[in-house]
Design a protein around this ligand. Structure first.
Ligand code: SF4
Ligand code: SF4
Length: 285
């Protein structure tokens, strides 16, 4: 088994799942109700086993009030489409991230910088990452303590659709924190979320993520560091906050399957699906 979203991580090896965790995954999925279907991801068809009840978990992606460095690492080897998007919008990208300016200050001329964006796995030479260029090269800081994605912000500024936003970011960045586990032997993807019950095998630690753990977000430990944002009333089911993202990445049919199952099982009601702004369309004011 592998952590599907980490297969092309530039550091390599982050997709590896230990034998012990693999056993926990198999045990977990054999003991819960799931939706079994087919899914197309990255242009390939897989069998899918969906831990659908997790899609009713409460989430609040209040990234504008978050102090976590969730873009602290370059998340994937960037694809050609994203590289071209950066070069087409290089002034805006640089205005937000300062990445081009930093590379210039380090002695690179404009042609060398464009070549880096086109050819380097993570857009800039890895020797600069974490030092001169802290965080992901696409991350930016609109004000002290905040970290946002320049690719996402440029797309929103250009009024691009959810589909276009997703196409211009690494897949893992759009669909995180969904956990996708690949069983290569059976060509099966297992889908779930970090949660109390899955924390012993998911790659993310549920207990330290305020956007998916309402109890943590309401705790004094969290409030000491983050007194604003993450309001209790703003927590909504994952399928609602991530509706457009799920439709565009997993497919409309998968979204409808999960939604209908949650309604049939009375885990959610139609009124739960009303939301002012989904996470993907939230704009920093
Ligand atoms: S996705 Fe979660 S952890 Fe990352 S910035 Fe947003 S609220 Fe914070
Ligand atoms: S969301 Fe944007 S800034 Fe954050 S890791 Fe992904 S590409 Fe980089």
């Amino acid at each position: 088994m592998k952590y599907f979203l980490f297969i092309d991580h530039p550091k390599g090896g982050l997709d590896i799942i230990s034998q012990e965790k693999e056993e926990r995954i198999r045990m977990y999925f054999s003991g819960i109700e799931t939706i079994k279907t087919k899914i197309i991801l990255k242009e390939k068809e897989y069998n899918a086993v969906i831990d659908y009840t997790m899609f009713a978990n409460l989430t609040n992606f209040d990234c504008f009030n978050c102090v976590e460095h969730c873009c602290g690492d370059a998340p994937a080897i960037f694809d050609k489409k994203i590289r071209n998007f950066i070069l087409e919008n290089k002034d805006h990208y640089n205005e937000l991230t300062k990445t081009f300016d930093i590379l210039e200050e380090l002695g690179n001329d404009k042609d060398e910088i464009e070549d880096m964006i086109k050819e380097e796995d993570v857009l800039v030479p890895s020797k600069y990452l974490g030092d001169e260029i802290d965080l992901c090269p696409c991350a930016y800081t609109p004000k002290n303590g905040q970290t946002l994605c320049s690719l996402h912000s440029i797309c929103l500024d250009k009024n691009m659709s959810s589909k276009e936003i997703i196409e211009n970011k690494p897949l893992i960045c759009s669909i995180w924190p969904l956990e996708i586990i690949l069983d290569e032997e059976t060509n099966t993807l297992y889908l779930t979320l970090p949660d109390d019950f899955t924390n012993n095998f998911t790659i993310e630690n549920f207990y330290t993520k305020s956007c998916i753990n309402i109890d943590f977000a309401m705790s004094s430990i969290f409030r000491r560091e983050n007194p604003n944002g993450f309001k209790e009333d703003d927590f909504k089911p994952f399928i609602v906050t991530y509706g457009e993202t799920i439709k565009n990445i997993l497919g409309d049919n998968i979204y409808i399957l999960i939604k209908n199952r949650l309604l049939d099982k009375k885990m959610l009601e139609n009124s739960d699906f009303i939301i002012e702004t989904e996470q993907i369309n939230k704009v920093l004011i």
